[in-house]
Design a protein around this ligand. Structure first.
Ligand SMILES: Nc1ncnc2c1ncn2[C@@H]1O[C@H](COP(=O)(O)OP(=O)(O)OP(=O)(O)O)[C@@H](O)[C@H]1O
Ligand SMILES: [Mg+2]
Length: 339
């Protein structure tokens, strides 16, 4: 990762296309501070030019203090699940986590997918042998000892996933209390003293024991749904699994949140899917919709969330809004989705 490409909250530097504007105006090592940035762009109407709009959005992202979220009285543990692959589970987990951290809350992302995509996006080490969610699940390592801090935010932490997790589904089968191992590992006493507001668990695209562990460890399920054809395909199966876990293992589990991802406003299909999802899930669907955006897909390649990579982009803003909306809802009051 190129060193100058990071967005550092404490220093308030900006990145990429947004930063290139700063570079031209300052000529100071390509680095620009918040106050300079705001004063430079203060006179620009957000709607005047695309660059002006991006600058305006970036300044909002760069000034999270103005939208600091209140600390939670009780930690919220959210499982991000959809057995359909590539719908935006990981992208949503890391960017929502980053958005919440930017707005003052402390977030732990648990990467429970052997692909390790969330670990990559958060810029944490996840080579084989690194203390990870695998060792945590099988009880070899305490959660606290597997936690790494994301280099982009002091309030963003991650338990990474290594390739070792690939064998865990099979290893877990013969273990005692196989469905409740993550819950035990992430108990309040295990995370004592860390002041974590949100735990986000990124699931693999399957409904196996890893996902079941995530559902037992959480009270809330967040389902990302891609605004594409067949969007709701398989969601019935997911909801039936949630009901099974609820009935037998975790009565508190419910679908608290549904988020629409990769929305392309140019297509009628995206609107049709969004309407269908809203009819099905009602109030559980966040009003903030995540647009399809190249910046969102580029960010993980630099070990960053889109909020670090390009804070002025629409993708960054939409995740910032979604994070605010998620935090403003209480964990239990959103309506459970119908199966
Ligand atoms: N809003 C978006 N705009 C553009 N590309 C996106 C967006 N969200 C996700 N993507 C891209 O879509 C692909 C799938 O996203 P992601 O990895 O988050 O899905 P997933 O559900 O976690 O996948 P898997 O099931 O394999 O774990 C990735 O290449 C990601 O960069
Ligand atoms: Mg994923």
């Amino acid at each position: 990762m190129p060193s100058g490409d990071q967005y550092d909250v404490s220093r308030g530097t900006v990145s990429r296309e947004t930063r290139s504007q700063s570079r031209q105006s300052t000529g100071r090592h390509g680095v620009k501070h918040d106050n300079d940035f705001v004063s430079t762009y203060a006179g620009i109407s957000p709607t005047e030019t695309p660059i002006g709009a991006a600058a305006h959005r970036a300044s909002q992202v760069l000034h999270p203090q103005s939208v600091a979220l209140p600390k939670l009285s009780e930690r919220r543990v959210i499982t991000i699940a959809n057995q359909k692959g590539g719908v935006g589970k990981t992208t949503t987990a890391v960017n929502l986590a980053s958005a919440l951290a930017l707005q003052g809350l402390t977030v732990l992302v648990v990467d429970l997918d052997p692909q390790g995509n969330a670990s990559t996006a958060l810029g944490v080490t996840h080579t084989s042998g690194t203390p990870s969610s695998y060792e945590v699940l099988i009880g070899e390592v305490k959660a606290k000892d597997a936690i790494q801090q994301s280099p982009h935010s002091p309030r963003l932490m991650c338990i990474p996933a290594t390739i070792d997790l690939a064998g865990a589904e099979i290893e877990l089968v013969s273990m005692v209390a196989r469905e409740g191992r993550l819950k035990t590992a992430l108990s309040d006493s295990a995370l004592d003293g860390l002041d974590i507001d949100f735990v986000m668990i990124d699931c693999p695209p399957s409904l196996g024991l890893l996902t079941v562990n995530a559902m037992v460890a959480a009270k809330e399920v967040l389902i990302p749904i891609q605004c594409e054809y067949y969007a709701l395909e398989g969601v019935g199966q997911l909801l039936r699994n949630i009901q099974l876990v609820q009935a037998h293992l975790n009565p508190a589990l419910h679908v608290s949140t549904v988020i629409l991802t990769m929305y392309d406003g140019r297509t009628k299909l995206a609107d049709q899917v969004a309407d269908e999802v809203r009819n099905h899930f009602g109030d559980a669907v966040l009003r903030s919709v995540i647009p399809r955006s190249v910046k969102v897909s580029e960010a993980p390649g630099y070990g960053m969330t889109v909020l670090d990579y390009d804070p002025g982009s629409r993708g960054a803003m939409s995740y910032l809004d979604a994070g605010r909306e998620l935090a403003s809802r209480s964990a239990g009051t959103t309506r459970s989705a119908r199966a």
